[in-house]
Design a binder for this molecule. Structure first.
Ligand code: MRU
Length: 337
């Protein structure tokens, strides 16, 4: 499947990011060759989505090496920059995982580091294809070979990976097999990854979709409009508890109440087997302004307190299957990751 844009690229010794804060109004690419602006871009969500963050972190190690060389940094300065890069956002395990994996190659020289980053990106791309096939096969096995209406939350497509996507990769594969009736896209407050990014990707791929307010998801599900919901993950604990964009848990609970499948689709690099349960996952909290302002306009009383977790954790018991590139794990049926 041809994806007409690239969330992340490497050109002329720079990371090129498609600025996701500007989509869908404009498609602008920004080049980075210093680590501080790259970290700022990660925190501002210029690049976002767990697998894409991993790939950005991998190429980011090359950026740190080159900058250290150009500016004659001490070993300590270089190590601090790598730590800061790996910790730029805490919930998506892929970022720290990729930085640690690629920094181990530094002793082998810059070419090996760059080659390692390219390989990590290629593996991410392939994992999307594999998850797409495994997920589509799971739906056919579970619900039969018929067109389905899906609901998804946040963005899990080619903007959040270097391939076809995780949950959106499964939807794309179902569409290839002519098995998608329509996709309900949760708007995904407060930063609108659903209406800005997922809808944009589905529009570009001619997959039928409609946008709904996050608060409409439970009604859509319980009124029988949805056959199944599927989301991505930022970190999955060993027991299958899964962290994903805030609002994912509400979708899972509604699916549970309606008795329809709720799938988590994520590469093995998002599985953190060092954590026994989801309660150990570090949840990122973001600024008050994300809730009290909308595009620079004040939408809440000055001084309003907020509760703004970027992610929530869906207990494994509400997940019908976790799909990775290695298979479909039906944890609530006793399977282990
Ligand atoms: O804050 P974001 O936009 O980085 O959050 C992203 C998500 O929650 C995605 O659903 C998840 O990373 C999977 S991306 C394939």
């Amino acid at each position: 499947m041809l994806i007409p844009f690239k969330a992340i690229d490497w050109r002329d010794n720079k990371i090129i990011l498609l600025d996701q804060t500007l989509i869908p109004a404009s498609e602008e690419y920004v080049a980075y060759d210093c680590v501080e602006p790259l970290i700022e871009a990660i925190q501002r969500l210029v690049v976002r989505g767990a697998p894409a963050l991993g790939v950005a972190g991998a190429f980011g190690v090359v950026i740190v090496l080159d900058e250290a060389h150009r500016k004659n940094w001490s070993h300590d300065q270089r190590e601090k920059a790598l730590d800061a890069l790996g910790n730029a956002r805490p919930t998506a395990v892929n970022l720290g995982w990729a930085v640690e994996k690629i920094r181990k190659l530094i002793s082998l020289g810059r070419d090996a580091v760059l080659e390692g980053a390219y390989q990590l990106a290629a593996e991410d791309k392939q994992s999307c294809i594999d998850m797409g096939n495994i997920g589509a096969d799971w739906f056919i096995k579970t619900l039969g070979e018929k067109p389905l209406t899906f609901l998804t939350h946040c963005n899990t497509g080619s903007l959040g990976t270097t391939g076809t996507g995780t949950a959106l990769g499964v939807i794309r594969e179902m569409h290839n097999r002519r098995l998608v009736k329509e996709v309900y896209v949760d708007e995904t407050r407060p930063l609108l990854q659903g209406s800005r990014l997922t809808a944009w990707e589905l529009m570009k791929s001619n997959i039928p979709y409609r946008i709904e307010a996050d608060g409409a998801a439970a009604m859509a599900i319980l009124s029988g409009r949805i056959d199944a919901a599927l989301i991505g993950a930022d970190r999955i604990a060993k027991n299958g508890d899964s962290a994903n964009k805030i609002g994912s848990l509400s979708v899972a609970l509604a699916c549970h109440a309606a008795g329809i499948p709720f799938l988590v689709v994520a590469p093995e690099s998002s599985v953190d087997r060092s954590l026994e349960t989801g309660s150990e996952i570090h949840i990122e909290f973001r600024s008050d302004e994300e809730l009290t302002y909308f595009k620079g306009v004040q939408v809440a009383p000055i001084g309003a307190k907020t509760f703004n977790p970027a992610f929530d954790i869906t207990p494994a018991k509400y997940i019908s299957a976790v799909i990775t590139e290695l298979g479909a794990y039906e944890i609530s049926m006793g399977e282990t990751l």
